[in-house]
Structure formats: C-alpha cells, structure tokens
Write a protein that binds this ligand. Structure first.
Ligand code: FAD
Length: 479
C-alpha cells in the first residue's frame, strides 16, 4: 500500500501523528506539500513558508527521507498524484480558515471520486472542537469560560509521540518530477528579494529554532511574562507565533513540555499559567472559526453589517506606511514593515486607530496584516480584528475605544519603543514624544519640523472618536 501524508502547515518531523500513523504501517509513504500560488495568505507569510519548507526538506533529507514539494494547480496535482502512485490513504492534519478549508474541501471531493480514504487528524488543536461546549451544548463565545472549561478537561489533551521512527522511508519512490525535491522557483525568487532578506535577518526558521526560542523564553522571559508582556520595548513575549502558525512547534507538545517542567519543579505554575492562558487564546480563535466559518469575512455581530465605514485611500496608505502623525501607531506599523511582526499591545492600538479613528473597515486592516505579518493566521487575525473593531464574539458591556496617546504614555512611558522605530523623533523628551503636535515648542527647539520631518496627525483624536461613536449609534438604530 502507498500512503500520502499531506502537509499543510505542520512543518516539523516530531509530534506529527499523520506521519507517525503512515510510518507505523508497512508500505510506501509519500510526504507532500502542494504549493499552489493561488492559495496563499500573504507575501510575508509565503516568505516564511518558503524558508520553512526548505528547512524541512533539509531536515528530512538528513534522516534519509524526502519531502516532495509539488507545485501547480492543487486539484490537478493532487488528483494526478493519487492516481499515478495508486494511493490508498491520504492522512492530513485538519486546519481551519482560508486557504486550508478550500483545499480540504477539494481534497475530499477528489478522494471520494477515486475512493481513496481521507483521514483527518486534530493534532494542531489542544482539544478537538467538538469536545468543548457550554451547558447548552453550544460553543463558548467568551474566552474566560472557554479557558476554564479547557483546564477542566485537560485529561482530553492527548500527548503526541515526540520521536518518529522510519523517516528514511519517506518519499523513496521515484518522483515524477525531480523539481519536487527542490523548492519551487517562485519561492526561490521570493527569498532573493531585498525586502525578504532584510525581514528574515530578524529570524531563524524551523523546528529546531522554535524549540530553542521556547527554551530561551522559559529560561529568561516566562517569569516576568505576566507583568511585562504589555510593554512593547521589553521584548517580554515568546516570539513564537510564526512557528506556531507554521506548525514548526505544536501547542500540545509545548503543553506537555511545560507540564513536565512544572512536575520537576523547574518551572512554577504561577509563571507558566499566564503564558499557557495566552496560548489558549489561539485555541479559542480556532474553535470559533470552526464553529462560525462565515466570520472570516463577516462580523460575528450581524448588526455591524449596517455600519457605515469610510473609504479613504490616502489615510489607509498613511496608516500602512506608519505616517499617521500619531507616534505609537507609526512605530507599530514600521516595526511590522521592517520585521514582519508587531507587539500584541501595539496591534490592538493600530487596529483601534484604523477602525475607530479613521473609521475604516476592519477587513482592510486584516488584509494588510495578512500580507505583512509572518504569523498571519486565519483564526487569530480575524479574531483580533473583530475583537478590536467591536463586532466579534466577545461583546464587552462597555465599548472599547483606545486613546493611542494615553496608551502610549502607559505602555511606552519613556518613549523608547517609539524612538526605536521613528528615528526622526529620537531627540524628543519622553513627555513630548507621545504627542509631538501638542509640544510644538519642544519640536522647534529640537529641530523636528512637523508636517515635513514628521507628519501632523491625520485626524483629531477627540473628534474622530465622537464621529465613530455617532456611527455606532446610527448602526444600532438601523437594526
Ligand atoms: P506570546 O505572548 O508569547 O503568546 C504565546 C502564543 O499565544 C502566541 O505565539 C500566539 O500563538 C498565542 N497568542 C498570544 N496572544 C494571542 C491573542 N491575542 N490571540 C490569539 N493567540 C494569541 N496572532 C497570530 O498568531 N496571527 C495573527 O494573524 C494575529 N493577528 C492579530 C491581529 C490583531 C488586530 C490583534 C490585536 C492580535 C493579533 N494576533 C495574531 C494575536 C497576538 O498579537 C500575537 O499572537 C502575538 O503578538 C504573538 O507574539 P508572541 O508569539 O510573542 O506571543
């Protein structure tokens, strides 16, 4: 028999039950990634993927096996592989959101047509979505009860076998196309672009790098995570989100690793739990998208369909480029452009500014994040944007409207994060740097010409806030 292990975003060789199951039975095993440029999340995401695939190909080669990367139209290539190699079973890890849902639907159709078994696995979840629901047998819509329910059901979190044996058996068949043993040319070209090289200089990709990052975080960061994680200059979070998105490290493997450290006394629960809680946000986002797939492009709260958003290309582009004139917003957007990531607190602020001060549609913001974030993830990104825009599941009793200047003073009090990304403001005092337009004398003194060295604010924060609230009120009336 020949089995096909279809990888979508599980770019690792340990703790991978699809591969384990295929290797446990006799017969041939083909491990494949299908690269169809029509089904991508965004450019930065594709860049990370290219590096990740290259690393995985090297890792499996070192173990004596081969990863095939089959490029071209997904349906054509998937079907042709099934028939050419008389595949009896396809094993895959279930993924949520676009493009995975589309690919999984197509794979199902093709497998049905050829009477090939298609076997999903839920290894990328801590717990299968159908195993967590509230007392009314419905999905949780609020995070804290979800988190508590998950902790109460920890026995359902199944360990994954860490070391897999027999990797040398992977892909030993003669591939139809020798190019499948290399990275596709379009991905090779992407990796050579100057912007790509610049962004990758901040990162090491792959399974080994992911574990190293986790261990460094456990050694140096996790103790202060709860107190420091909201301060963007402190580098106090794990930085693991792209690795998690690409499955270079698995949340269950992390969970059991932390449990073992806690059992040995090497890690205290009071330090580990705040971080595990944050990891469960990712689980929550995925469960939500499984239950409410339409929310990828529609507001969870349907009344938001009547919201009147503004279309203004100039202010959208100023936001994208980090030229809004509000330093904390611009610092975040430039960090994103330079490094492919942005601190969580600042993500909230830039999202709030776009949707609530510039009054632009959250889908516009999500689209930019999809294209520029390495960790751009269908579930996390949509939940983040809907949460900030106010149209997501967790409708708080009060309306969240961040004042970026107050937030900047609170979470970057010295202004060091702003200085890191906006060198044109580096000489301003920690008092003036959060709102230069209110400190024109100091700007003049320090040689910062507002409107030329650095923009004046795109909008008046107070006025735009009340305009937004009027629109929200109008929306409620309209329903
Ligand atoms: P840590 O603080 O070390 O947390 C550990 C892990 O937990 C993260 O790697 C991540 O997988 C998960 N996590 C942490 N916070 C959240 C959260 N709020 N929601 C969901 N999972 C979380 N995260 C993405 O991975 N992809 C996205 O596309 C994405 N888009 C976002 C958009 C907006 C508007 C907002 C407000 C947040 C978004 N987030 C997204 C969540 C969060 O900002 C990042 O996961 C976090 O900044 C990653 O940094 P870290 O790995 O150092 O996180």
């Amino acid at each position: 028999t020949t089995k096909l292990v279809w990888l979508q975003r599980e770019f690792r060789l340990s703790a991978l039950p699809t591969l384990q199951a295929a290797l446990e039975s006799p017969g041939l095993v083909i491990v494949v990634y299908f690269h169809d440029p029509k089904y991508v999340i965004g450019e930065a995401n594709s860049l990370w993927m290219a590096h990740s695939l290259k690393q995985l190909q090297a890792d499996i080669k070192e173990k004596g096996g081969f990863l095939w990367i089959v490029s071209g139209d997904f349906e054509t290539q998937f079907e042709s592989l099934l028939t050419k190699y008389t595949i009896q079973e396809v094993l895959y890890s279930f993924q949520v959101g676009y493009p995975f849902n589309s690919l999984q639907d197509k794979a199902l159709e093709i497998c049905k047509k050829h009477k090939v078994a298609l076997q999903p696995n839920y290894s990328e979840f801590l717990i299968e979505p159908e195993n967590i629901h509230n007392q009314q047998n419905k999905p949780y819509l609020v995070f804290t009860p979800f988190y508590k329910a998950l902790l109460a059901k920890q026995t359902l979190i199944m360990p994954l076998q860490e070391e897999l044996e027999g990797l040398e058996r992977c892909g030993q068949l003669q591939p139809v196309d020798q190019a499948w043993l290399e990275l596709p040319l379009d991905l090779q070209d992407l990796m050579k672009k100057p912007w790509a090289k610049k962004m990758m200089a901040y990162w090491q990709v792959g399974e080994q790098a992911a574990w190293q990052k986790l261990n460094e975080f456990i050694e140096n960061g996790v103790v202060d995570y709860d107190t420091d994680r909201d301060f963007p200059i402190l580098n106090a979070t794990s930085g693991l989100s792209p690795y998690l998105h690409f499955g270079e490290i698995n949340p269950r493997a992390i969970y059991f690793y932390l449990q073992s450290l806690m059992a040995d006394g090497a890690l205290k629960a009071e330090h580990a739990m705040p971080w595990i809680r944050q990891l469960v946000w990712k689980e929550f986002a995925r469960h939500l998208l499984v239950h409410f797939p339409q929310t990828e492009s529609e507001p969870f709260q349907t009344k938001y369909k009547t919201m009147s958003w503004q279309e203004d290309l100039n202010s959208y582009q100023a936001w994208q480029k980090g030229l809004t004139g509000i330093p904390i917003i611009d610092a975040g957007m430039r960090e994103l452009w330079e490094t492919g990531t942005m601190h969580n607190r600042v993500r909230m602020l830039v999202a709030s500014f776009l949707t609530k001060n510039l009054n632009q549609h959250w889908l516009q913001g999500k689209a930019w994040f999809d294209n520029t974030l390495f960790d751009a993830d269908p579930a996390n990104n949509v939940m983040g944007w809907q949460w900030v825009a106010g149209c997501g599941v967790d409708a708080s009793p009060y309306y969240r409207l961040f004042n970026p200047v107050t937030q900047s003073i609170k979470f970057d009090s010295n202004g060091d994060y702003i200085r890191q990304w906006l060198p044109e403001l580096k000489n301003l005092s920690s008092k003036a740097i959060h709102a230069p337009w209110e400190n024109q004398n100091e700007c003049q003194l320090k040689g910062v010409v507002l409107g030329s060295d650095y923009p004046l604010p795109l909008v008046d924060l107070k006025q735009s806030r009340s305009t937004h609230l009027e629109r929200v009120a109008a929306m409620k009336v309209a329903v």
